[in-house]
Design a protein. Structure first.
Lengths: 292, 302, 258, 235, 369
């Protein structure tokens, strides 16, 4: 029983890391309808920003945290300007965006390898490493923090998108930029804003990831898991992304813990595909019959 | 440049071309985005090696076995996932690719993650060239038939395709099957080229690279895929001297190409015999009359 | 003899009943109309006939055989095809290729045939191309031959939709607002075209349209829907003077010829 | 109020507008008629800043029109586009509220919303439905309603009666009159040339990207050549 | 292009030049090791040139990246052997890349000295030695056996758990031979858990291992994952001793998990406290402002092997160098390297057992099973 509880906690902790990454990814997806593979790169650089602000600039943690998030936001906006905007202006099909995003992700990762170097870095200790012990179950302090942060991010985003006028403008732009322009919406500004928020979230995720694990140029690769989770949860649905992430985390953990860690991904993918066969729009996606 | 080295690049380009042609049919013509094609390559590679090494079949037959095996596996996968839309299908293929790799990592008869050495070296420039020419011809014929047009229709507007009587599922399946066979043969050639197989060789990076080549060459263009394979295989070689900056330049180049020429190299056009003939005739006329005409690029099927 | 019949056709979306117990028949070789206020369920009926929506209840019978809940492409192969209210062309293909693609059903060659370029392949391909060119001429699209479908003006896109549908050699052709975006003169040409299509292609035509000049001008029988139910059915003359139809749909100004 | 002078628009190699000049006076209803592909929508899009012009000048209330479309809307020019460009994945209400994106007068917005609902009761019924699943005509109502929500000074209407039931077409032209009565200006593109010419004050005839005729709407209505090519009247 | 010009400028300086190839990852996730290797080889060549060169010729290093891709590795070697006409190649470090290049080496008759490719099949397949493949490191079976033997015989542990990277050949190899030896000796494997390359969280597996209650956990993988997994093990309250192979030693491991790996044992190629090792470390750090990774030491010795073979052969002919390599018997910083002509593996290289104490790699003893 204690082991089961421990495994559930492990799963939630892994899941909330996925969730933190998936929210930003899913936000951009819900607006632009393409998978922004450069998101991982921005997360990675966000982690480096945080690391250097803490170690080189000796900022206090909260300042470094905000600083890293802002820098990442800036970076995401630059990526949008350089890699996506020209495509957007030509109404290029979504495949081109994906390829451009891949290019950006290759670029970012290797740029860091070439400049900062391929070594791993460790965040200075901010929160005490020692976990909270309840009976024979251990809960990391950072895990709790990450869980709370993802929940807060999600709540804020959902509020922003569903309840504010700008949020609606964001969605309108996503669905039909031309009509949005006719409403007087400054579509370029709106998209910049979305990428900035996405980048902000990437920065948060990057710093958290760096603190929990480590910082290295290839860490963006882990976002593939949040990509999977977001699809599983229902693309474009932010709560779906979070729930999908948590489920994926728990599922992986339970499979490792109770079936086979060797075949973990095999089993979890099989389950995912099984779910998609029965719910092709993901867990929280909307089922719509295509209107002809 | 040394011929031995160029030969290596050409063989590599040929193997890439094989896989890219298949993916081009799936992504470029039918509009389905796959992240798992390295998985089909792996299946083909291991099956071909098995057929050649363990069953003692001749090289070309072994390749065919590899291709068909990959194709066969694609059928149940397609059955389950081809009804999924866009990114959902993409995730399913990604999962499939990773799952194949994980299985191979654990199958100790083929060496597991430690790999399978000692496969005889059989891949030569001539047989790569032969296979590629045959594969290209087949592809050109396919896309220039009603079958190819139906696939394009699926890409352009699936619902409308259905209402003009196109069995869209069947055509998605067909293009997945053909592309899996191509990937399988490409994988088979790889095994007989390196003499060694390891699941690591078929990671997601390879799938992504293939997709990049397809889009780079131009959606819905066979000649674009050919050109793209050759150029993008050569590009990293050309960039070799950049050492650690190599992939930085590569990534930047991909973005640059996308934003400066988003229709890809060929953008749905084809280089056709007729166009080349026109070009040659044009050149001759140019030589004779001092005026040129013809671009070598014909607007066919578009 | 009816080529198409619906029996108590019903379709609901969640809590919303878009079509309810609609029964009507379409006489073979006729031109019939389906009209009704916006949101009455006309397009939904088309979607049900062509298999794009699954029916909630009721039946669609084509040529004596039930065809509801059959895959759309099979229905098309059986001889029913349509145009779309919100145009759905193969956007990036040329006009010619839009039609050529749709002609595919006329050929039966296999992948092997095309691979080896057999005689069957060459002959059938020739035939497809001839057919596509012919349709292009019939529909007056020749001057747009190599233009991408998206870049065409609205009205031409509508004609292309019809041409593409004809390429399937349908026995029943469903037209969803074919005259939308056309001016009266073009509408008049379209009317002659529709009659010609019926005669030359020997197919039955069911048309949805809000342009009464067209509906009243060419339809032999008109079905009127209102709020998802069948309001009435009859000849143009009876429909035109039916007070219920006037009240729900036509308004008082019908006779202005709009 | 709006002056367009010598406007040229190219789509790649296609020369869609070849030197179009029109003017629209305060409080007028001006209509543009022309065959398919004449360039009517292109002209409206050029005014709205959706398509780039390659040559020509446009002034609105004496000063040059900005190039960014959002700035143009801010000046009080609103287009109701052809082809039902609704925000498919947003609800009907969201669509309508987006029409009022630039407005902040909540009370007035509320009363405009009520007015739209009154005009198109169907929209009130379907306020919570995704716009993409509306019927064609309902989408058209929504597009018009959304345009009205922005309370513009100059309304550009691109084929507003497209796909609407005859009874609603009457309503639409009633609405057009009402808008004018409220002191607004309208530029109307219509295939229903008969209705358009009987409602408008002045009219332009566009053919292959050029204005070939202009003048008093009633007079054009009686012009035999217009009658033949645009009104479907056999001579 | 600038680099090309640089090379040419060097070459045109009247004196004889001999080219030494290197291949490995400069980009991708193995870059950290590859870059260190190339740096080492370049530094060694510079030092050698400053001291008069090799047989009167200046050694020029041509290094190519293969970004962790076997196919590219083959191509890079094709280029090295044909276009650049190198006389010998150092690297690649991974077995998965060292195996496929064999046919090219044989065709072009150029020897290769792999650095840390520990799979036996790099040099021997089906009992036949590959004529042009050599290596400087000991092999997986040996390392696995050392770890198991030391754990059972010296540390007297009988209950072991293994956590390994299922997608990594090195990790699978070590695991296989560790388990084999450990069980043969009478020990019991209480848990065998896997993760996949790229994972950063190992708590599910560790929780399961914890429940099996082992005395020692064998972790045959690289230091990033080692740091993460050992930290997480301690966070889960696992007290068992940790043990690993030559993927462990690194400054970064200490930075990342100093407390967690305190008291752990590492099977290593060398004793870091050895004065010669110290000397190399200082030179390297002074030049590159970075710590040496383990691969650096092996690249160092591979370079020594090459120089020794060339000098003994008294020739810069690749085949002559190959022949001489077969009879290598030198002392490197990773121990005595005596190549067995039948296997092309260094023999009698004793493993150094190292214990991590308070962030220091403390040499315990040399150990051979
Ligand atoms: N996006 C585009 N790309 C290329 N050509 C275009 C594009 N949009 C319009 N055109 C061309 O510009 C010309 C004018 O088109 P426009 O849509 O303005 O005509 P219209 O008068 O509004 O026609 P309709 O009555 O059918 O709406 C046409 O020849 C059309 O083919
Ligand atoms: N997929 C769907 N989901 C929810 N509601 C739908 C869906 N499709 C249609 N409806 C609703 O069903 C009703 C009938 O729609 P339909 O498109 O059939 O109308 P129509 O008669 O074609 O009208 P119009 O003349 O305006 O095109 C509409 O109120 C519409 O909102
Ligand atoms: Mg309709
Ligand atoms: Mg128009």
């Amino acid at each position: 029983m204690a082991q089961f509880l421990q495994q559930m906690i492990n799963g939630l902790s892994i899941g909330s890391v996925y969730a933190l990454m998936a929210v930003g990814y899913s936000l951009v997806y819900s607006i632009m309808s393409f998978s922004n593979f450069a998101h991982g790169g921005v997360i990675m650089l966000g982690s480096y920003f945080g690391f250097y602000l803490l170690t080189l600039a000796h900022w206090a943690f909260p300042a470094a945290f905000v600083g890293a998030a802002l820098c990442s936001a800036g970076l995401a906006v630059i990526v949008e300007r350089v890699a996506y905007r020209p495509l957007r202006l030509r109404n290029a099909p979504f495949l081109y965006f994906i390829i451009s995003a891949m290019g950006a992700s290759i670029f970012l990762e290797n740029f860091v390898v070439a400049t900062i170097g391929p070594t791993f870095r460790t965040y200075p200790t901010v929160l005490p490493r020692a976990p909270i012990e309840i009976g024979s179950v251990y809960i990391g302090r950072l895990d709790i923090m990450i869980f709370i942060i993802s929940a807060v991010c999600l709540a804020l985003l959902v509020y922003f998108l569903d309840r504010t006028k700008v949020g609606k403008a964001v969605q309108a732009t996503a669905h039909n930029a031309r009509a949005a322009k006719l409403m007087g919406i400054n579509t370029d500004l709106v998209i910049t804003l979305v990428f900035a928020i996405g980048g902000l979230l990437a920065g948060v995720a990057g710093v958290m990831f760096g603190m929990k694990y480590t910082v290295y140029p290839q860490m963006g690769g882990i976002t593939i898991k949040s990509f999977i989770a977001a699809v599983f949860g229902g693309l474009g649905s932010l709560p779906g992304a979070v729930i999908g992430s948590l489920i994926l985390g728990i599922m992986e953990t339970l499979i490792s813990g109770y079936f086979s860690s060797q075949f973990r991904d095999l089993i979890s993918f099989t389950l995912l595909i099984a779910v998609l066969v029965f719910r092709p729009m993901g867990l929280m996606g909307k089922a719509t019959e295509e209107k002809a | 440049m040394n011929w031995f080295y160029i030969k290596g690049i050409l063989m590599l380009a040929g193997m890439n071309l094989m896989a890219v042609l298949g993916l081009s049919l799936l992504t470029g013509f039918t509009g389905l985005f796959s992240f798992g094609h390295a998985g089909f390559m792996a299946l083909g590679a291991y099956a071909a090696a098995w057929a050649g090494v363990r069953m003692g079949l001749p090289f070309l037959v072994a390749l065919l076995v590899g291709g068909l095996f990959a194709g066969l596996v694609s059928l149940p996968i397609g059955r389950l996932t081809l009804n999924l839309k866009g990114d959902y299908f993409c995730i399913a293929t990604l999962g499939f690719g990773e799952a194949i790799r994980l299985i191979l990592d654990n199958v100790q008869t083929f060496g597991g993650a430690r790999g399978w050495p000692g496969i005889p070296i059989r891949t030569e420039l001539w047989n790569v060239a032969l296979i590629c020419v045959a594969a290209t011809l087949f592809m050109v014929r396919l896309v220039n038939s009603r079958h190819g047009r139906n696939m394009i229709a699926v890409r352009e507007e699936e619902l409308a395709a259905k209402t003009v009587g196109i069995d869209t599922f069947k055509y998605k399946m067909l293009s997945l099957f053909v592309s899996a066979v191509y990937a399988g043969i490409a994988g088979g050639m790889m095994g007989y080229y390196t003499g060694f197989l390891q699941p690591k060789m078929f990671g997601m990076a390879r799938s992504t690279e293939l997709t990049i080549i397809v889009i780079f060459g131009g959606i819905g263009s066979v000649s674009g895929s050919v050109l793209g394979s050759v150029l993008l295989t050569a590009l990293p070689e050309i960039l070799r001297t950049f050492a650690i900056w190599r992939l930085v330049v590569y990534g930047a180049a991909v973005i640059f190409i996308m934003i400066s020429r988003p229709e890809g190299l060929m953008g749905g056009r084809e280089i056709t015999l007729e166009a080349i003939r026109r070009l040659v005739r044009g050149r001759r006329a140019e030589a004779e009359a001092g005026a040129g005409a013809g671009t070598g690029v014909g607007e066919v099927r578009r | 003899m009816n080529i198409l019949e619906t029996h108590d056709l019903t379709k609901t979306f969640g809590g919303l009943t878009a079509v309810e117990d609609v029964s009507f028949g379409v006489r073979r070789d006729s031109i019939s109309g389906l009209i009704g206020p916006n949101g009455a369920g006309k397009t939904t009926v088309f979607n049900l006939i062509t298999g794009i929506y699954k029916v909630t209840a009721g039946q669609v019978v084509f040529d004596g055989k039930p065809i509801h809940n059959v895959d759309p492409h099979k229905i098309a192969q059986a001889g029913i095809t349509r145009t779309f209210q919100n145009i759905r062309l193969f956007k990036r293909l040329s006009v010619y290729n839009n039609i050529l693609t749709a002609c595919h059903g006329l050929a039966g060659y296999s992948v092997a045939d095309s691979t080896f370029g057999t005689r069957r392949y060459r002959e059938q391909e020739e035939q497809l191309k001839r057919e596509a060119s012919r349709l292009m001429d019939v529909m007056g699209l020749a001057e747009w031959r190599d233009k991408q479908a998206v870049s065409l003006p609205y009205g031409v896109q509508r004609r292309l939709e019809i041409a593409r549908a004809l390429a399937v050699r349908p026995r029943l052709l469903l037209l969803d607002e074919p005259a939308a975006g056309m001016n009266p003169d073009e509408t008049r040409q379209l009317m002659t075209l529709i009659s010609r299509i019926r005669d030359e292609f020997g197919c039955t035509i069911l048309v949805i349209e809000h342009r009464m000049d067209l509906i009243m001008g060419i339809c032999e029988n008109i079905v009127v829907l209102n709020f998802g139910r069948k309001l009435t059915e009859g000849s143009p003359r009876t429909i035109q003077s039916d007070p219920q139809v006037i009240q729900a749909y036509l308004g008082e100004g019908v006779n202005a010829g709009a | 109020m709006l002056e367009v002078e010598n406007l040229h628009v190219h789509y790649g190699g296609i020369h869609a507008l070849r030197g179009v000049s029109i003017s629209v006076g305060q409080g007028e209803i001006v209509t543009i008629i022309g065959a398919n592909g004449a360039g009517k929508s292109t002209l409206l899009n050029a005014i709205s800043g959706i398509v780039k012009t390659s040559e020509g000048a446009m002034t609105f209330k004496g000063s040059p029109l900005p190039t960014a479309s959002c700035a143009i809307v801010k000046q009080g020019i609103c287009q109701v586009p052809e082809g039902r460009l609704v925000f498919a994945n947003l609800t009907v209400l969201d669509n309508l509220m987006l029409g009022a994106y630039l407005r902040h007068d909540h009370k007035a917005i509320k009363s405009d919303l009520d007015r739209v609902y009154e005009l198109f009761p169907r929209l009130r019924e379907r306020a919570g439905q995704m716009a993409g699943t509306l019927s064609g005509g309902e989408q058209q109502m929504l597009t018009i309603g959304r345009g009205l929500m922005s309370d513009p000074e100059l309304v550009l209407l691109d084929e507003p009666s497209l796909g609407l039931a005859p009874i609603l077409v009457e309503t639409i032209f009633q609405v057009i009159e009402d808008i004018r009565k409220a002191g607004k200006t309208l530029l109307l593109v219509e295939q229903n040339a008969h209705k358009a010419l009987s409602t408008a004050d002045r009219a332009y005839v566009l053919e292959q990207g050029q204005i070939v005729k202009s003048g008093n709407a009633r007079e054009l209505l009686d012009d035999p050549s217009i009658q033949e090519s645009y009104l479907g009247v056999k001579q | 292009a600038a680099l090309c010009l640089g090379l040419f400028a060097q070459g045109s300086a009247a004196e004889k030049v001999v080219k030494l190839g290197w291949v490995g990852s400069l980009t991708g996730d193995q870059a950290i090791w590859g870059q260190c290797e190339l740096n080492t080889v370049k530094m060694m060549a510079e030092e050698l040139n400053a001291a008069g060169g090799l047989l009167g010729a200046k050694v020029e290093v041509v290094g190519y990246d293969h970004r962790g891709d076997a196919m590219e590795c083959v191509n890079a070697v094709r280029r090295l052997t044909s276009q650049d006409k190198v006389v010998c190649i150092i690297g690649p470090n991974a077995s998965g890349h060292a195996i496929p290049i064999a046919s090219v080496l044989e065709e072009m008759k150029v020897p290769d000295i792999a650095t840390v490719a520990t799979n036996p099949k790099v040099t021997v397949v089906d009992g036949k030695v590959k004529p042009f493949n050599f290596r400087v490191c000991f092999i997986d079976p040996y390392q696995g056996a050392v770890a198991a033997g030391f754990a059972y015989d010296v540390l007297k542990f009988t209950k072991a758990a293994v956590l390994y990277d299922v997608a990594d050949d090195y990790s699978q190899g070590l695991t296989e031979f560790f388990i084999k030896t450990f069980t043969e000796k009478g020990g019991k494997i209480v848990a065998k858990e896997a993760f996949k390359f790229g994972d950063t969280d190992f708590r599910p597996q560790l929780s399961k291992i914890k429940a099996a209650n082992p005395e020692i956990i064998f972790m045959p993988y690289f230091f990033k994952e080692v740091a993460l997994s050992s930290n997480q093990a301690r966070e889960l309250g696992i007290k068992a001793t940790l043990m690993g192979g030559d993927g462990w030693p690194s400054e970064i491991l200490i930075q990342m998990a100093k407390d967690a790996v305190h008291g752990s044992y590492v099977v290593n190629h060398l004793d870091f406290d050895d004065p010669e090792v110290q000397d190399f470390k200082t030179r390297y750090t002074a030049k590159y402002k970075r710590a040496v990774e383990l691969n650096g030491f092996l690249a160092h010795d591979a370079f020594l092997m090459f120089v020794d073979a060339a000098e003994r052969a008294n020739s810069l002919n690749p085949v002559a160098i190959r022949d001489a390599l077969e009879s290598t018997d030198i002392k490197g910083i990773t121990g005595n390297i005596r190549i067995n002509p039948a296997t092309h593996n260094p023999e009698g290289k004793e493993a150094a057992i190292i214990r991590i104490m308070d962030g220091n790699y403390v040499f315990q003893q040399k150990y051979a099973p």
